[in-house]
Ligand binder design. Structure first.
Ligand code: IMP
Ligand code: MG
Length: 179
């Protein structure tokens, strides 16, 4: 892994693909143990969460899960706009179901908080949150993720689905903005 550059900014290696893989396997085991018999619906928040959701869903093999997708947008460049737009809705019937929201990162918590409020109108039995990354110090909304890959400081990161203006999602490892 070496430094990468996007939009004139330099990013340095932060979390390796191997560490990500190992952590997702552990989370899959936890979900398998805690959601057995519930046929949970994994709700992948596009665009950023798709690599994580793909790996997490398959790491939870055998619990009779289903996967569905929703598309939200709140970030412009390197900061949250606080204004969450739903670009693609969820068509699946959530009534009485266990829903596991799968996010790439929980930063201010605005996105997930708004999403939870919207999903509650569809009367799921319970809503859980799985996020690959969590910035606890940036949180401004009362949300507490159930499954967290890595808790990280308030720094801007890219790779493994996370973007800088839609670029860098293809990086297999996670990189952090160089100070
Ligand atoms: P929140 O609404 O502030 O919690 O932001 C959540 C969304 O912002 C995530 O789903 C990401 O798409 C994006 N985001 C937050 N932090 C970062 C980051 O460090 N890098 C890239 N995207 C981020
Ligand atoms: Mg996202």
């Amino acid at each position: 892994m070496k430094e990468v550059k996007y939009e004139g900014m330099t990013f340095v290696p932060y979390i390796s693909r191997e560490e990500i893989d190992a952590r997702i396997k552990q989370l899959g085991k936890e979900i398998t143990r805690e959601c057995a018999g519930k046929s949970p619906l994994f709700l992948c928040v596009l665009n950023g969460a798709f690599p994580f959701a793909s790996d997490l869903f398959r790491a939870s093999e055998g619990i009779d899960g289903e996967i569905s997708f929703i598309r939200l947008k709140s970030y412009e460049g390197t900061s949250s706009t606080g204004n969450v737009r739903q670009m693609m809705g969820c068509e699946t019937d959530l009534e009485g179901r266990t829903v596991i929201i799968v996010e790439d990162i929980v930063d201010t918590g605005n996105t997930i908080f708004n999403l939870i409020e919207t999903l509650k109108e569809k009367h799921p039995a319970e809503i859980k949150i799985a996020t690959l990354l969590f910035k606890p110090d940036a949180l401004v909304k009362p949300v507490s993720p159930d499954y967290v890959g890595f808790s990280i400081p308030q720094k801007f990161i890219i790779g493994f689905g996370l973007d800088i203006n839609e670029k860098a999602r293809d990086l297999n490892d996670i990189y952090v903005l160089k100070d």
